[in-house]
Design a protein around this ligand. Structure first.
Ligand SMILES: [Zn+2]
Length: 145
């Protein structure tokens, strides 16, 4: 092995939650090898195997036309003065809250996770009709997801 290869920075070991695979950052979570959210869910009676299966089910390849949730978040913040009733909390409610354990209001609002566990949502939600649906909770005009 050459000196050059020895000098490359060592890869930082990522400690991930044993249930959902999310990278852990808190010391307490790293010690327990489980994230706070998953720990709480297990304490609330969720079964670890079922929880893992649930995460696997909502984690998939990102479909065409999907946008990062962070982009929708920015859009909602920009448009909330123009669309009556539009708020971030309504957006969160529409997509089904944290990790979609509570179901989305409509299939089109259901987020998809990429391998880095970032959430993506259907680009239709960024349209005027989508924002109105988020604001009103009425997704009857949504295209088939
Ligand atoms: Zn977890």
């Amino acid at each position: 092995m050459s000196d050059k290869s020895k000098s490359t920075s060592p890869s930082v070991e990522r400690i991930v939650c044993k249930v959902c695979g999310k990278t852990l950052t808190r010391d307490q979570s790293i010690k327990a090898v489980i994230g706070h959210r998953c720990d709480s869910l297990l304490a609330a009676g969720f079964d670890a195997v079922k929880l893992a299966a649930h995460y696997a089910q909502v984690t998939g390849a990102i479909p065409e036309g999907y946008v990062k949730l962070s982009d929708l978040d920015k859009k909602v913040k920009r448009e909330k003065g123009h669309v009556p009733g539009l708020t971030i909390s309504k957006m969160v409610k529409a997509i089904g809250r944290d990790r979609a354990l509570e179901s989305a209001l409509h299939p089109i609002a259901r987020p998809v996770y990429d391998v880095r566990r970032h959430r993506w949502v259907n680009g239709w939600l960024m349209t005027k009709a989508g924002l109105v649906a988020i604001a009103t909770g009425d997704f009857s005009k949504a295209p088939k997801a």
